[in-house]
Design a protein around this ligand. Structure first.
Ligand SMILES: *Cc1c(COP(=O)(O)O)cnc(C)c1O
Ligand code: SF4
Length: 345
């Protein structure tokens, strides 16, 4: 069996129990719980960085100050399953299932719900919408995890998109290399090769997720010519330290995975206990630039509530006095830089 549906005290046979499984039943009644056997096997001890990402916690039910859909994705959805927020790119929610239901998920309102994933009619309407909007150049498959679909369904979606001439780039957002690496098969890689330029953004959050299996899954995708990026969510108690983040990001780079975004966690109901301050995020960013390979440094972004879009946050080590910039180097030294005034004709 690939999945463990966790409603009881014993999650798998390595002796880790939780104190109170009644509470976990309450949580899972509201927010589905699922942990792949593989991912469960990465837990080294209770409450470690892997545990916290996947084990239900009663604090999920206590968070009532935040709303289920702060990014107003529903409002930005002209047809079911499609989010059109930016002019030239759209997100397609092609699946509502994942091998692991991450407790901090930004689509907590949708994942694992009883709603069917995008059906035939929805897909056809979404493709028609993309076809009718020639400004759309980039389509991002998301969910849920798109790679929970079987190869045939994926191939139908990808072929449908490739039949639209103005769709230049297809991206897939998936946590499968991290949560169910065995899903990355030679067949799947062969299928992907037919739909280039295809990009994959995966989702590693903790260095313990870098294993032989996840490394092999990334290598197979990279060998299929797919540029790999990574989106990490900044999570309290999981990866909110410079040391853990450095290990994660440099580890990813060694897998040919380019760290793309470090996300400030969205204000999604049920996830407040994972939230860190933006100050913490900036402190971590300061601990990256200059200290580790620049290729391993992601953009730190806040996806603003109300569907206003992502904004990049830079550490505030920058002062402008007339034509002189006061900059701070990675070692903390203050250095002036003489700027010029551009002349315009
Ligand atoms: C993040 C996001 C995108 C992609 O943004 P990029 O900055 O191009 O990666 C597109 N649409 C929506 C709705 C998004 O949330
Ligand atoms: S894999 Fe992604 S979509 Fe699925 S639960 Fe985790 S964060 Fe959410």
């Amino acid at each position: 069996m690939r999945y463990i549906i966790c409603n009881s005290a014993t999650y798998y046979n390595n002796g880790i129990n939780t104190d109170s499984h009644d509470n976990n039943n309450l949580v899972s009644a509201r927010y589905p719980v699922r942990i792949s056997k593989y991912y469960a096997g990465l837990i080294k001890r209770p409450y470690d960085g892997i545990w916290k990402q996947c084990m239900p916690d009663t604090r999920e039910l206590e968070d009532i100050s935040q709303v289920p859909d702060p990014l107003e994705e529903k409002k930005l959805s002209p047809v079911p399953g499609l989010i059109h927020r930016y002019p030239d790119r759209v997100v397609l929610l092609v699946s509502n299932r994942c091998p692991v239901y991450c407790r901090f998920c930004m689509r907590k309102r949708l994942v694992g719900s009883g709603d069917a994933p995008m059906g035939k009619a929805d897909l056809s309407n979404a493709l028609k919408y993309i076809e009718a909007h020639s400004e759309i150049r980039d389509v991002i498959l998301s969910g849920g995890d798109p790679l929970m679909l079987d190869d045939t369904s994926l191939s139908i979606i990808l072929a449908g998109l490739r039949a639209i001439p103005h769709v230049a780039v297809i991206r897939i957002g998936t946590r499968i290399p991290v949560t169910l690496p065995e899903r990355i098969t030679p067949d799947l890689c062969r299928l992907f090769r037919k739909f280039h330029p295809l990009y994959i953004n995966t989702h590693f959050n903790h260095p313990d997720e870098i294993t032989v299996d996840s490394s092999n899954a990334c290598a197979m995708l990279a060998d299929a010519g797919i540029p790999l990026g990574n989106q990490t969510v900044l999570l309290k108690g999981v990866n909110d330290s410079v040391e853990i983040m450095r290990r994660l990001l440099t580890g990813l780079l060694a897998l040919r995975v380019k760290p793309y975004y470090l996300h400030q966690i969205d204000l999604v109901q049920g996830t407040a206990h994972f939230r860190t301050s933006v100050q913490t995020g900036m402190k971590i960013m300061r601990g990256l630039r200059g200290h580790i390979s620049g290729l391993a440094v992601p953009h730190y972004v806040i996806d603003l509530p109300g569907g206003k879009g992502k904004v990049a946050i830079l550490p505030d080590d920058f002062e402008v006095k007339g034509n002189v910039l006061q900059l701070r180097t990675y070692t903390g030294e203050r250095v002036s830089y003489q700027d010029i005034t551009d002349s315009h004709f």
